[in-house]
Write a new protein. Structure first.
Length: 100
C-alpha cells in the first residue's frame, strides 16, 4: 500500500532496535542512536509537520528511541537523533515514533 501513496506510521516497540527492515522496505536512511531519557524540542521541520499546537513549545523530558537520519523532527541537548522522524515523498510518507 505504501508504494500506492499510503502514509505509514511505525510505533517503537521496546526491545526492537534493528531498523534495517525499515530501511529496506521504505528506502529511508534511519539508524537507532540511543534508547534513553533526554530533553527534546521541536526543530524547524517538526514545527512545520507536527505543528506547534500538537506538541508543547517548551522542551520535554522523555524516554525514547532516538533515530538519526533524514526527517528528524526534534533536537536534543545532548545527543544526535530524534524520537520522531518523517520522510514525505509526494503523496506518501513514512514516520517512526520512538516515544515509549
Amino acid at each position: 500500500q505504501y508504494q500506492k501513496g499510503v502514509s505509514v506510521v511505525i510505533v517503537a516497540i521496546e526491545g526492537f532496535y534493528d531498523l534495517s527492515p525499515l530501511r529496506n522496505c521504505f528506502d529511508v536512511d534511519w539508524n537507532l542512536s540511543a534508547y534513553e531519557r533526554n530533553t527534546v524540542r521541536l526543530n524547524k521541520l517538526g514545527k512545520k509537520i507536527i505543528g506547534r499546537e500538537a506538541f508543547p513549545e517548551a522542551s520535554v523530558y522523555t524516554k525514547s528511541h532516538f533515530v538519526v537520519g533524514e526527517g528528524e523532527l526534534f533536537h536534543t541537548n545532548h545527543r544526535k537523533g530524534s524520537p520522531v522522524v518523517t520522510v514525505v515523498r509526494g503523496s506518501k510518507s513514512v514516520s517512526y515514533f520512538g516515544f515509549v
